[in-house]
Each structure stands twice: as C-alpha cells, then as structure tokens.
Design a protein around this ligand. Structure first.
Ligand SMILES: [Zn+2]
Length: 291
C-alpha cells in the first residue's frame, strides 16, 4: 500500500489538521481500538487477570474471551456482570483524554459518531447524544433474553447499584440470588442490551439510526472527513466496511483510517484516504495541541 504513515511526524499532523479545517462534516467511525485507548482493552490479559482473578482461574483470560462464555452459574455470571458494567459504563475510564481531544478538534463541525462500542464513552465525554449511533447496543441497558417484546429493555444502573454491594470479591459471585435480574415483563432470563445474538433488541437505538441516515443525507453537500479509528477485523461489517462504503458513496469524502494493525484501505479508496498505522490517542493529542 502506498502512503502509509507509521510515525507521528509534523507533516502528518498538518495534513490531518488541514483536512479537518476544510471539512464541513465529520463522521467519527470508532471501533474497539478507541475504547482500548481509553484503557478498556478487551484483549488485555494483564488488566483482566488483575481485576477478575477468580474468573481468570476458570479459563477466560481477557474480556474478549467472555463473548459466548458458558457461565457455570447465575451467581458467577451476574457477579461478574455487575462489576463489568461498573467498570466499563459507570466509572470514568482510566484515560479520558483521547475523547476530549477528539471532541475539541472536531468542535464546530456538522458532526456524528458511529460506534460499535457499548461503553457510551462518547456521550459520557460530552458528545451530543442525539448525534451518536451505538449500533451494537449499550451497557446502560439490560434486556429480556427471550426476548418477549421489543419493549423489554430497561436501565441497568439501578440494578448495578443494588448488586455491587452483594458481590463477594473473594469469590466474585453475587451472594443474593434475589438480585439475579429477571425480565419484568415475562420473568425470563436477562442479558446486557448489546448485540450478542439474534436475541438482541435494537429498538432503543432505532431513533439514532434514523438520525444518522438523515445526517448523512445532509452531509452529501460539501466536504466530509471520516475519521475511522480502531476498527479492525473482529466485526468489520459493523463500522469498518460501512465507513468505506460511505466514503465511496460521497464524492467529497476523505477517509482517515487510524489503526495500529490494519490501516489499509481498498484500492479504489486509496486516492481519497489517509492511512495511519498508529493508535489514535497521540494523533488526537497532537492535533488538539495545535489549538
Ligand atoms: Zn421478557
């Protein structure tokens, strides 16, 4: 691939700054790498084993390995999920700066965020909630696993608050069986309201989807910069490929792909792309420091 940046040079920073300065619209298309920059790394064994040593001794060695994990009991599952939600959704991230910098350098633009991340870090970092589509769901909600109805999702916060004091940190289990959540509508099993199978209820995010489509339609006039950050090949159909398709469908679009491992773009997009083989955090910091 031609023109792949592997170092954060002043020329590279100026090039991205000039693109942003000339943009009428900015789409931030963010994958798991963006959450990793904030300190939520789903592949980190060190982070996982430090916080969840008992669960780690049972097999899973990182957050990513919990997708599809066969939980041995409700007490283990919900003891873990209470702390998982506390950590990723209801506590400030270890590093909030990448989001603050990204917000600052795109301020004043006709802006939208499309993300696979369920931690709501864009909204929690001051981005306008009406201009964010979390298409894989949100850790802020629970849902019926059946599911019995499209309306069977509800706020996770009150449950997390009630369950946390009842998690025994020595065993990582929820000690009060009455706190294992049940669907308030049908009494059935419950899951996080994130896309993990056919059971996912996307109803709470449909309004955002409509707003995104309206926004993109408006963004057809003028120059669009798509900042595609941390979108790899675990689920490329969620953010990465749509970012490419949106670039193809917009004659005035430039794709800026920031990705340590997979910065490449399809050949037909090379002339309208900037490919950067780095993490996003230092680039956003350098751009924000320009003022
Ligand atoms: Zn139900």
């Amino acid at each position: 691939m031609r023109d792949l940046a592997r170092a954060l040079t002043p020329q590279l920073v100026e090039r991205v700054a000039a693109l942003l300065a000339g943009a009428d619209h900015v789409l931030i298309a963010a994958g798991a790498g963006m959450s990793a920059d904030a300190g939520f790394d789903y592949t980190s064994e060190a982070q996982f084993v430090r916080r969840y040593p008992v669960l780690a001794s049972r097999g899973p060695r990182c957050r990513y390995q919990l997708f599809g994990y066969a939980w041995p009991s409700d007490a283990v599952q919900w003891g873990h999920l209470a702390r998982h939600l506390e950590e990723l959704r209801f506590t400030p991230p270890p590093h909030g700066e990448p989001y603050e910098h990204l917000r600052a350098i795109t301020q004043g633009k006709h802006r939208f965020v499309l993300t696979s991340n369920a931690d709501d870090l864009f909204e929690r970092s001051g981005f306008d909630a009406r201009r964010i589509w979390t298409r894989q769901g949100s850790y802020a909600r629970l849902q019926c696993l059946a599911p019995c109805s499209d309306a069977s999702t509800w706020s996770a916060g009150p449950w997390v608050e009630a369950a946390l004091p009842k998690v025994d940190l020595a065993t990582e289990e929820l000690t009060d069986p009455a706190l294992v959540p049940r669907c308030p509508n049908c009494g059935g099993k419950v899951m996080l309201n994130v896309r993990g199978g056919d059971w996912f209820i996307d109803e709470p995010y449909r309004v955002q989807k409509g707003r995104f489509e309206a926004w993109f339609s408006q963004a057809q006039e003028g120059k669009l910069v798509i900042l595609d950050v941390g979108t790899g090949f675990n689920t490329p159909s969620v953010i990465r490929w749509p970012a490419e398709a949106l670039t193809l469908h917009h004659p005035g679009a430039t794709l800026v792909r920031v990705n340590r491992q997979h910065p490449e773009v399809p050949a037909e997009l090379e002339a309208r792309s900037v490919t950067i083989g780095l993490a996003g955090a230092p680039l956003w910091a350098a751009l924000a420091a320009r003022g």
